[in-house]
Design a protein around this ligand. Structure first.
Ligand SMILES: NC(=O)C1=CN([C@@H]2O[C@H](COP(=O)(O)OP(=O)(O)OC[C@H]3O[C@@H](n4cnc5c(N)ncnc54)[C@H](O)[C@@H]3O)[C@@H](O)[C@H]2O)C=CC1
Ligand SMILES: O=C(CO)COP(=O)(O)O
Length: 368
């Protein structure tokens, strides 16, 4: 089935608009969805009559935005989610009203979306990161960087090779196919960078309303030391699954085609990172997404695998004490991921690259 040249994008924020503009410039026709209660950026773009982009992507693009999911489903068999993972459940409630057995859903980023998406979908893919480093203000998009490649995996393991080719032809970046969604989730380096940069700079964020460069000024050697401790646990979880994960710096290097030696080098010198301002308060996706939907599943997986998760647990606890939110309860814990009754051995077998079998899930494996 020829899926080109249409793609539906669910999530009308910086990452969704950047993807939409990039795809449209490459000849793919795009329809964007904004949840009716989350239309801030969509309303600005609509009232301007077009999207203005600057930085790596330049120019003015006319884009159609809807808040009607029926239009999105009618528009394309490929639906790309660009909401933060904290918004995935909300858009799933809308998507569940439709028969999506012939559709491909790609969650950017996934953060184990496949394990919470309790519905039948043709195929589900997850990426580790968004292809762009970008921000939006008043309908204007600034794109600081575009990755050369992003990591991706499908929940299903028996997809026809043509499906992978179709997904590759849609994406504006190279794709690195990973062995499982667990490998992809462990490759979302935002879980290593974001919560610690926010928590270790909380005073500065609140006293300046974020008037400093989050990476360049906020990722100093002491912050980097704490990140290295989180990274060790992340890599140990990967080892238990038989994966040789790279360090977060090297994953970022691989995505952006860079060669920074450590966290501080990257924060100081990487153009997609070193111009990003800090958020104006602590209640930002750097905490509200990356603690519950990355650190919590990493911590729970580590504990299930009998790995010392105390560095990750410490960051989760600090985030909980700082915000008053019980992220271990609200986040993607084993219960929410439907993994609480899975033994250590079954978990490894299900997601290991060598031993893995076809995943027994509620999702069907029909072709695109
Ligand atoms: N912007 C960037 O430079 C990067 C973004 N990412 C990831 O890409 C994803 C999207 O990023 P952004 O567009 O910057 O995120 P964002 O936080 O600006 O949200 C994007 C849009 O999603 C929708 N949304 C948010 N919460 C929702 C909810 N609860 N229910 C329904 N809709 C909701 C809104 O329309 C919002 O404008 C995030 O997961 C982020 O971590 C990853 C790397 C870089
Ligand atoms: O490029 C980046 C991560 O992929 C940096 O962007 P954020 O810090 O906005 O997520």
């Amino acid at each position: 089935m020829d899926l080109h040249p249409t793609v539906s994008i669910v999530g009308a924020g910086p990452a969704g608009f950047a993807l939409a503009a990039d795809l449209q410039s490459r000849g793919t026709s795009v329809l964007l969805y904004s949840h009716p209660t989350r239309r801030r950026h969509a309303d600005h773009v609509e009232s301007n009559g077009h999207l203005r982009a600057s930085g790596i992507l330049e120019g003015s693009t006319e884009l159609r935005v809807t808040s009607d999911m029926a239009e999105i489903v009618a528009f394309s068999l490929v639906i790309i989610l660009t909401v933060p993972s904290t918004g995935q459940e909300t858009v799933l409630q809308e998507l569940k009203k439709f028969d999506l057995r012939k559709y491909a859903i790609i969650a950017i980023p996934g953060n184990l979306f496949s394990l919470i998406a309790d519905m039948e979908v043709g195929c589900v893919f997850e990426t580790n990161l968004s292809p762009y480093s970008c921000r939006m203000e008043q309908g204007g998009l600034t794109v600081m960087g575009k990755k050369e490649l992003i990591f991706i995996a499908a929940l299903q393991r028996d997809l026809d090779p043509a499906v992978y080719e179709t997904i590759e032809s849609i994406f504006p970046t190279e794709l690195k196919w990973c062995s499982s969604i667990i490998e992809v989730c462990l490759s979302n380096v935002n879980g290593v960078f974001h919560p610690l940069m926010m928590l270790m700079n909380a005073g500065r964020i609140e006293s300046t309303a974020g008037d400093f460069l989050l990476y360049r000024d906020g990722l100093t050697p002491a912050v980097a030391n704490a990140m290295v401790a989180i990274d060790r646990v992340r890599i140990a979880i990967g080892e238990a699954f038989g994966l040789s994960l790279k360090s977060s710096v090297d994953i970022s290097n691989e995505c952006y085609g860079q060669s920074f030696t450590d966290f501080v080098d990257l924060a100081q010198n990487s153009p997609p990172h070193n111009r990003l301002m800090a958020p104006s308060d602590i209640q930002n996706r750097n905490i509200s997404e990356d603690v519950p939907d990355l650190l919590v599943p990493w911590c729970c997986l580590a504990e299930k695998l009998e790995i010392d998760a105390s560095p990750i647990k410490a960051v989760i606890m600090l985030a909980e004490m700082t915000t008053g939110v019980n992220y271990m309860e609200t986040g993607r814990n084993l219960q929410r991921l439907h993994l609480e009754n899975v033994s250590r051995e079954e978990l490894i077998e299900r997601f290991s690259p060598v031993l893995g079998k076809l995943v027994n899930s509620t999702l069907s494996t029909s072709r695109l």
